[in-house]
Design a protein around this ligand. Structure first.
Ligand code: SF4
Length: 467
């Protein structure tokens, strides 16, 4: 806890705890943080004339690394309004704005650039087999996958207008025909945008392309608990809209994947596991693939501000041992499932690069070698290890943890080895709205100091270049 700050909780009847009021305060803080970062980017990057390249980073796949590609045009509108508290996906340096300049033709240049670097980005990184994938249309020996989004959503008309969407997908098809390779495209979309694309008839018109390119969609849901999703995450997503988007995706054979966020700044690690269990149970009934996002620290976000105020911490990597059994038990019925397995864990690699992840942040206690082993175990389990592999690895890792004096830091670990459910235990006394109010009161007090510190740091070190 930062010096000079004390925790006191108002009664639950207080107006301070009304959900709308808490959400407005979260939005207001996030907007100020993002505006300050945008201003800083303008100071640091005066030489950008246009987006010549998409932003690209890589995640490990079944046969090597695959690229995650963010096509750049205009910033995500939810980001600009302060929604989606921990998100920094649209926090990027931009060309100086000229309102007469059309931002969309650069999208096609970014795709052409991507395809012109096929060897570097695809061929040299995988063997082009995608073992275990149930590919619908396979005409060639090699198949390559990539995740593709706009600044937030591939189906956002504001970020990628419909004509450009078709043109982009067409370019992948032409490349496929010319170079004799197949594609598996994972498109990131906001649920509202998919509903709109369905209602306008666009999805029907695109169906042949979607099938040929073996398209699946990924959508953010973050939390099934309404308070966590709409207030703490400020997602601005109605559950009925989300369910409609899932049903549309299934109707079009787009094997939906859903992002579930493993964290929230008011929750204890044990509560996060409880929320994961609830969220997974709900998504299992929907028959969807799940992308579990581990929390990280992105500069100029509320969680990072609270981390600096010593009011929030990332879970120790041993916490993954509480998450893994939940994922191993996750068994949705996916009739048109393309991706093998039913889950993925991300959030350790991200763009923009986070200031800290659960295996790499200044207050991490776990030895790095143990943290790496835990991450590797998560990866191996995803690719097919079962309960037996988990139990064996648990015993081995426990010895490593004991040797490194970690056992005392791992209540989850101890629960598992005692055979107890990691989900049992007493909840802390303050309610979630009480904790939210308290965290925000501190964030509001510390906001100016945080901005001064982060800006000074950024002005000393220019952000690193990515591909
Ligand atoms: S989570 Fe998606 S919609 Fe929300 S701010 Fe980030 S990019 Fe935009």
């Amino acid at each position: 806890m930062a010096e000079g700050t004390t925790l006191s909780f108002p009664s639950d009847t207080s107006d301070y705890l009304a959900h709308d009021g808490l959400k407005k305060r979260i939005l207001s803080i996030s907007r100020r943080l993002r505006q300050a970062q945008t201003h800083l980017h303008k100071t640091l990057h005066t030489d950008l004339t246009a987006f010549a390249q998409a932003d690209i980073y890589f995640e490990p796949g079944p046969d090597g690394d695959y690229p995650i590609v963010a096509l750049r045009s205009v910033p995500c509108s939810y980001y600009l309004h302060g929604y989606c508290t921990p998100c920094a996906y649209s926090a990027r340096p931009r060309p100086s704005s000229d309102i007469r300049q059309d931002p969309y033709p650069a999208l096609l240049k970014q795709v052409d650039n991507l395809l012109s670097r096929f060897d570097e980005l695809f061929l040299h990184r995988t063997n082009g087999q995608l073992p275990g994938y149930r590919i619908r249309q396979r005409k060639h020996d090699r198949i390559y996958m990539l995740q593709l989004a706009g600044e937030s959503s591939f189906f956002s008309d504001r970020e990628i207008p419909p004509d450009y969407r078709r043109n982009i997908l067409d370019r992948f098809l032409q490349f496929s025909n010319k170079h004799h390779v197949d594609w598996h495209l994972m498109l990131e979309v906001r649920p509202e945008d998919l509903v709109k694309a369905s209602e306008s008839g666009e999805l029907d018109r695109l169906q042949p392309l979607l099938e040929t390119l073996n398209v699946v969609v990924n959508m953010g849901f973050e939390h099934d608990d309404q308070f966590l999703r709409q207030v703490i995450f400020a997602k601005n997503l109605d559950q009925n809209v989300f369910l409609k988007a899932i049903s549309i995706a299934k109707h079009h054979g787009l094997d939906p994947g859903v992002f579930l966020f493993a964290g929230a700044f008011i929750l204890t690690p044990r509560e996060v596991l409880q929320q994961m269990a609830h969220g997974l149970a709900f998504l299992e009934t929907q028959g969807v693939f799940v992308n579990v996002m581990l929390p990280n620290l992105q500069a100029f976000t509320l969680p990072d501000l609270l981390y600096h105020a010593d009011l929030y911490n990332l879970p120790e990597p041993t916490w993954l041992l509480g998450l893994m059994p939940l994922l191993l038990d996750y068994a949705p019925k996916r009739s048109d499932g393309v991706t093998p397995g039913h889950w993925f864990v991300g959030g350790v690699v991200a763009e923009p690069a986070p200031d800290g992840t659960i295996v790499n942040h200044p207050r991490l206690k776990c030895p790095q070698s143990l943290a790496n082993q835990l991450l590797k175990l998560t990866h191996d389990l995803r690719l097919g290890g079962g309960q037996e592999m988990f139990k064996k690895a648990c015993k081995k890792l426990y010895q490593t943890a004991k040797t490194a004096s970690m056992a005392c830091h791992c209540p989850v670990f101890n629960d598992i080895l005692r055979g107890c459910s990691p989900l049992e235990g007493d909840l802390p006394v303050p309610t979630w709205p009480q904790r939210t109010h308290q965290a925000l009161a501190i964030a509001e007090t510390q906001l100016d100091a945080y901005l001064t510190k982060k800006s000074a740091e950024a002005l000393k070190v220019r952000p690193r270049n990515i591909l």
